[in-house]
Design a protein. Structure first.
Length: 422
């Protein structure tokens, strides 16, 4: 087995995938061999269970490798993973981004011993994000750039702040320089990512806002064809961001919103910062500024104390906000969060509500696809026969197109939840 490159297993969000790419670079630079690194997610109890299950499988498949566990679940529950016989080392979210960590692991067994099995520091003390910037994570067509990490909010269902720490931002100049390098390497679209993206800048001099970052990127990197924003908290959208939505055609007309519920009492019990009317108002204004705007949204169903009437408010929110792409999360209690101690909703009711909301989401997607018939779109090709419109809608082609390039095509139909073009 000597000389085998390290193997990585990643769970959870796009940011975790980004950081796995960074760890791959760090491990390669350190000369690490014969190791399996598991980058865990802590968003739900099920995510932690799945990670533990996969660790046991990975040990069976790699009996002679060192198994290193990191990520948000390792940060929030390090001892739980350290007690697994299959695990050799547990490192925190800050430690996984440090070159010296990987250099130490690469030196051999002396770095991994019973007394040093857990190396997880206080994530709340971490203040930097820019030390592990990488160029080019993503596909051949789209690159992802981390501009923010951590979260200062404390939603009652969420344990992520305790895995990621407080909000911290990458300076705009550093971000723009990185994007410039990506464009020079041929990327035609860049996606800004973070844990709480709309909090970007609060810890920087002058307290700039996300809209300021967007405007600066588009100004400093004029050759960037497409800039996309990942999930945002609509209540924190600043005037500069709204102006960019209205005035910057290179900012893609697609926003994924962290809405979570359409009922005001549930939103309060979630400790969200917006009301139902705020979400509707934002969507109406964004679409007024950019008529071709489409919205995705994260929505939790079956949150503790949610009644059928409260759920109906969430169902109506899909129409009231004009949502298209729904990410539906059936609520499951996450130990260590306030919501886990609230009166729980019956599991069968949660599953039923999730199915009904997903059905509404399917209808919304079908409606959106039907509205595109005969329209012409600029499509970024992700593979020879599949690309995405500016609104992030998948489009399939009957013949090959150049991967990574933006092509113009007319929509001729739809099939299997995708648009078709020739």
């Amino acid at each position: 087995m000597a000389g085998l490159a390290p193997r990585f297993a990643t769970f959870g969000c796009r940011l975790n995938a980004y950081e796995t790419a960074a760890m791959q670079e760090l491990a390669q630079e350190a000369g690490l061999e014969n190791a399996v690194i598991v980058n865990t997610c802590a968003v739900t109890a099920e995510a932690v269970r799945k990670a533990r299950q996969d660790i046991r499988r990975l040990r069976r498949e790699n009996p002679d490798a060192r198994i290193v566990v990191t990520g948000c679940a390792a940060q929030t529950e390090p001892q739980r993973f350290a007690e697994m016989a299959e695990v050799d080392l547990v490192i925190g979210n800050a430690e996984k981004m440090r070159p010296e960590t990987w250099q130490g692991i690469a030196t051999g067994p002396d770095f991994i011993g019973d007394t040093e099995k857990v190396r997880v520091d206080d994530i709340m003390s971490v203040r930097d994000t820019a030390g592990h910037l990488i160029d080019g994570f993503g596909t051949r067509s789209r690159a992802f750039v981390q501009v923010q990490n951590g979260c200062d909010h404390r939603c009652t269902f969420c344990i992520i702040p305790f895995g990621r720490g407080n909000s911290r931002s990458v300076p705009a100049g550093v971000v723009a320089d990185q994007i410039g390098r990506l464009v020079a390497r041929g990327y035609n679209e860049v996606v800004l990512t973070g844990v709480d993206l709309t909090s970007w800048g609060a810890d920087l001099p002058g307290e700039p806002r996300l809209g300021d970052l967007v405007r600066r990127i588009l100004k400093l990197v004029p050759e960037l064809p497409r800039l996309r924003i990942s999930s945002i908290d609509s209540i924190e959208a600043d005037p500069a961001l709204m102006a960019a939505i209205a005035e910057e055609p290179r900012l893609m007309p697609h926003l994924h919103l962290s809405l979570q519920s359409g009922d005001d009492l549930i939103l309060k019990r979630m400790k969200r910062r917006h009301a139902r009317a705020d979400a509707i108002r934002f969507c109406q204004e964004a679409r007024r500024l950019r008529p071709d705007m489409t919205f995705g949204a994260d929505i939790i169903v079956g949150f503790p104390t949610e009644t059928e009437a409260m759920f109906e408010n969430t169902l109506r929110l899909v129409q009231d906000c004009g949502l298209t792409w729904l990410h539906v999360f059936p609520y499951s209690p996450r130990p260590g969060t306030p919501a886990a101690r609230m009166p729980q909703v019956d599991g069968a009711a949660i599953r039923d509500r999730a199915a009904r909301l997903r059905a509404v989401g399917d209808d919304r997607v079908a409606q959106h696809l039907g509205e595109q018939q005969g329209k012409t779109h600029d499509i970024l090709m992700e593979s020879p026969r599949m690309g995405r419109t500016a609104q992030f809608t998948e489009v399939t082609f009957a013949s090959d197109r150049p991967e990574g390039q933006i092509v113009t095509a007319t929509i001729t139909g739809q099939a299997d939840g995708r648009l078709c073009a020739v």
